[in-house]
Design a protein around this ligand. Structure first.
Ligand code: PGA
Length: 262
């Protein structure tokens, strides 16, 4: 898989105005980097910023620098969603609305959702299947806590294998091709302590054995401009899921350049 997929998860870090300003800067950088066309970028702002960030991306397309949504190298993602179609679900945001905002990717099962909002594998699976049914691409996030990692890689393989299998339960072979997996060790998220590219690469190779289709597997967890090149160069790593570093224009631009020059 030559083209690297770089997903920025802005979490709840940015206000609406900072989100649109950042989207403008990233779009400019992306059009500069586009010549080689070997990176795809997905921006995942908060729900309230989706519409405005989408407008920024489309206005740049309209000016001819970025054209077709699939080939322009920059698309919109949501951080979560409600799998029920419609109804009395106070505070939730449904897939129909996301689609009308031109969202193409949806993160499901992020460790913060699992931890703070008690999302189970069953709910993650429901969200993943609903996303596919709505015609969007789910990014299934998996990762082990430190309590599992410190017991050795064999335990990690079993833990991640189970998360992947449960997350993908009931998905047809055809739909599977639209899924992206992000391996994000929980202890590496937001800690400044990334996994080693060697260990991450081994995990990715293991995940590929568990999934009966060739789909992109991204690494996430304290990705920065300092380590991005090593991760994208490592075997079996198809791209990056970037949290905090993706909220800073210069830092994220440096990550994009590292991914492009792999
Ligand atoms: P981080 O977050 O890059 O800030 O560690 C990654 C993520 O949660 O996706």
């Amino acid at each position: 898989m030559g083209r690297k997929l770089i997903v920025a998860n802005w979490k709840m870090y940015l206000t609406l105005s900072r989100s649109t300003a950042l989207a403008k800067r990233i779009s400019k950088e992306a059009s500069r980097l586009r010549s080689k066309n070997n990176i795809s970028i997905v921006l995942c702002p908060s729900f309230v910023a989706l519409e405005e960030v989408g407008k920024v991306l489309r206005s740049i397309r309209a000016h001819g620098r970025l054209r077709r949504p699939t080939s322009n190298g920059i698309t919109l993602g949501a951080q979560d969603m409600e799998p029920e179609k419609r109804g009395a679900y106070t505070g939730e945001v449904g897939l129909d609305d996301l689609r009308s905002l031109h969202v193409e990717y949806v993160l499901v099962g992020h460790s913060e959702r699992r931890r703070y909002f008690k999302e189970t594998d069953a709910l993650v699976n429901q969200k993943l299947r609903a996303t596919l049914k709505a015609g969007m691409r789910p990014v299934l996030c998996v990762g082990e806590p430190w309590s599992v990692r410190r017991r050795g890689m064999e335990k990690v393989h079993r833990y991640i294998g189970n998360q992947v299998r449960r997350g993908l339960y009931g998905v047809s072979k055809k739909d599977l091709k639209r899924v992206v997996i992000a391996y994000e060790p929980v202890w590496a998220i937001g800690t400044g302590r990334a996994d080693s590219p060697e260990d991450a690469s081994k995990m990715h190779s293991h995940i590929r054995k568990v999934v009966p289709a060739r789909i992109p597997v991204l690494y996430g967890g304290s990705v920065s401009s300092k380590n991005a090149a090593e991760f994208v160069r490592a075997p079996y790593i198809d791209g990056l899921l970037v949290g905090h570093a993706g909220t800073m224009a210069r830092e994220f631009s440096a990550i994009l350049r590292a991914a492009k020059n792999k």
